[in-house]
Write a protein that binds this ligand. Structure first.
Ligand code: COA
Length: 457
């Protein structure tokens, strides 16, 4: 087993600082692990009690009878070096320090002391000042955020590395609500030992991960990360959102994770050179990730738009062109067949407007034609679910076509509660959905450009 595997697939986890107080961080972490589906052993550590949640509680990690693969530390910062030393003596291979109060508040010496102990015992450490890991496959969950307040996403193929714990965890809650899925989430905080480069390298080898998303503010070892990025982006898409790009943002970064934000231009040029995909916002990060994780690489940049609403067709056209993609011209034979089948008011152009009385069958025929047509590289299906003729089984038709298609297929559907329910059904079956044409077109561009970049390598 590789050292970093102990973070994601431990057979046993100790929570050091498992408080008796239900409002304290250590208590919630223990509760989450017990209430989740983690299959391994769980050891609460607290010198003030000998039982927690019906489990034996130990005064120190050294008193635990069995082996410990992962220790999660939630005691005040000054106590952390002693606990780390005990972990080292117990031969714990992986440690996560949740506690804050280190470099981010100017306490670099304490952080340095921790690093010395970590190195002495050859442990690997994530943190300090982080929320650690959520892995939906192994159900390792070191969050101190109660499950009823923060939903966890289901198993998928998007990995998310975040320097910020709060940002990352809130995003997970939102992803779970939307039905977006993940392979792993890691908040790594001050990165005293394990940093974004180590995690990116690890995720590149992870069979469950197809796309790696990173949010960070500053890099401690820029060159190491760029070298890793160059290697990994040949294999899997790496999407980066960098925080701290304005003068004021740079100041905020130093008191958040104690790192240096650096220049926006320098970072951006280096990421480009290394083949990473850059996102400008959190929404864009996950738009790109969903499309890159679920859709095949297109052969070219010709997009066919299929719609039941003219206005959305026009806006989608504009955004397709704005994003340096082109409109496909349907094959003549296929068009002739469609013309024979469809009523005369259907507009057989691009956008192909099935109009306001489109039903599921009309969509099925149009999408199937686009899937087969060699003149089309990508398919953007606009479904305004509100029209009376369109029934909810449109989702079955779209997801079946998407399964059969060797081209990217995405759905644009704007609306309220009814629309959101159907979009979630589509997301669950692996079809990326968007509320707005601009975000859909940007994501198709990211997918196309990733394919072009890969061809060049
Ligand atoms: N081993 C195990 N447990 C120990 C211990 C030791 N050596 N020494 C003390 N404890 C126990 C305490 O007795 C207490 O349990 P109790 O409540 O049952 O008495 C528990 O550990 C926690 O210690 P406490 O002193 O009460 O600390 P706390 O819970 O108030 O705060 C932190 C600890 C880590 C949460 C806090 O210092 C901190 O860092 N907060 C910020 C966390 C954060 O935001 N992280 C970054 C997120 S992005």
């Amino acid at each position: 087993m590789k050292k970093l595997d102990y973070f994601f697939r431990p057979k046993s986890i100790a929570i050091v600082g498992a408080s008796r107080n239900p409002k304290k961080i250590g208590h919630v972490m223990l509760r989450n692990l017990i209430e989740g589906k983690f299959q391994g052993r769980v050891y609460p550590i607290n010198p003030k009690t000998d039982r927690m949640f019906d489990l034996p509680c130990y005064p120190s990690i050294l008193k635990v009878p069995g082996r410990i693969d992962l220790a999660v530390i939630s005691v005040p910062a000054p106590m952390v070096p002693r606990v780390l030393d005990e972990c080292g003596r117990k031969r714990v291979p992986a440690v996560i320090i949740i506690s804050g109060g280190f470099a981010e508040v100017g306490n670099t010496e304490l952080e340095h002391d921790c690093l010395k102990i970590i190195k002495k015992y050859k442990m690997r450490c994530i943190g300090p000042n982080c929320i650690g890991i959520f892995d939906p496959y192994s159900e390792v969950d070191t969050f101190f955020l109660p499950r009823y307040k923060l939903e966890r996403p289901k198993e998928g193929s998007i990995a998310f590395i975040s320097q910020s714990g709060a940002l990352g965890s809130v995003v997970l809650d939102w992803m779970a609500m939307k039905g977006y899925k993940i392979s792993k989430f890691i908040s790594y905080g001050n990165a005293v030992d394990v940093d974004e480069a180590d995690l990116t390298e690890y995720l590149a080898q992870d069979p469950a991960t197809r796309v790696i998303c990173c949010y960070f503010e500053g890099l401690k070892q820029g060159r190491k990360f760029f070298n890793t990025l160059k290697r990994v982006s040949r294999k899997k898409p790496v999407i980066i959102l960098k925080g701290g790009t304005t003068q004021e943002g740079v100041h905020a970064v130093s008191s958040h994770t104690g790192s240096l934000a650096g220049s926006k231009q320098v970072h951006s040029a280096a990421f480009d050179q290394a083949g990473a995909i850059q996102a400008q916002s959190l929404e864009e990060l996950f738009d790109f990730a969903r499309v890159l994780a679920s859709q095949p690489i297109p052969r070219g940049n010709r997009v066919q738009i299929i719609t039941d609403g003219g206005g959305f067709g026009v806006l989608t056209t504009d955004w397709v062109i704005e994003n340096r993609l082109t409109l496909a011209h349907m094959n003549k034979k296929i068009l002739t067949t469609l013309k024979r089948t469809f009523p005369p008011h259907v507009v057989l152009k691009n956008p192909l407007d099935l109009t306001g009385d489109a039903d599921v069958e009309r969509y099925r025929l149009a999408i199937d034609a686009a899937v087969q047509d060699p003149n089309i590289d990508m398919i953007a299906v606009v479904t305004l679910f509100q029209i009376p003729t369109l029934t909810a089984d449109i989702t079955d038709v779209v997801s079946a076509a998407s399964d059969r298609s060797d081209k990217p297929l995405i759905v644009i559907a704007a609306g309220g509660r009814f629309t959101e329910v159907l979009k979630k059904t589509l997301e669950d079956s692996g079809v990326p959905t968007f509320s707005y044409p601009e975000r859909a077109a940007q994501s198709l561009r990211a997918l196309y450009e990733f394919g072009q970049e890969r061809k060049r390598k």
